[in-house]
Unconditional design. Sequence first.
Length: 330
Amino acid sequence: MAAAFPLSDPDRSPGERAALDAYSRAVTSVAAEITPKVAAVSVAHRRRHGGFATGTGSAVVFTDDGFLLTNAHVVGHADAGTVAFADGTGAPFHVIGTDPLSDLAVIRADGPAPPPVRLGEAGALRVGQLVVAVGNPLGLAGSVTAGVVSALGRALPTSAGPAARIIDDVIQTDATLYPGSSGGALATADGEVVGISTAIAGLGLGLAVPVNANSRYIIGTLLAHGRVRRAWLGLAGTPAPLPPALRDRLGQDAGLRVVQVVPDSPAARAGLRSGDLLLTAGDRPVTGAQALQRLMLADAIGRPMPLTALRGEALVDVIATPRELVTDED
């Protein structure tokens, strides 16, 4: 889908040409709407052994007063940089906040900026749906590719120092992403931005952080506080099926098999052990790592959280009090 189609091919039927024309109209319409609102980002990163290196990426205007959304890995540890828009205008920017564990960052242009994009809802996407990626690879403003949503529900591991997390429901697309497109927009055919391009997973395969309730929460928190506080239990696990009898009783297919408990962590103090099958946390089902980490937000810090686990053939109820997650970014 990312390749160009010859609209005047005489071997195509009028119906085929009309379909291609409709495809082209959709892509060009989205490109015309989104391109002016996607900036090329330039950031100076300090090298480990001294000196600076310039990093590039993209960012998307999402408010009327010049706030832009980009990737945390584009901004890195920088406090400021410059943005350039497709019309040739530019401005310095300063960083409002970054969240490496979701790979999202908010910056603000210190000068005039175009009007914002329309943010959509990634939860409404369907596999096979047309999407358009707009970014600025290598600082080349207004680069547009098109393709389809090739998969949904992917998980993308991220980390910040010793802390690790999984970004839920990542969008996979065959719309080509180039180096420097990170932080750019992934939009639907009606021009709503449903993702922020984050990674090139391989030839013809790109990934985008979804615009959904979770990312909106993160964006709002970055705007308000400049960082996202998260709770921490101190365990690692992998999804595992429930025994049939328990599955029928709980109406739950899977739990989180605990494979590691960090010494002196909230999970360890509560009495959880490696090998336990965690079923619920805070009275909510835990079917995998993602389900647990959705509960590990700021309001869980310091509050007792009931946990139920299967240990052997017995159900074990414990109380853990999550601590605040500390990363190298803090």
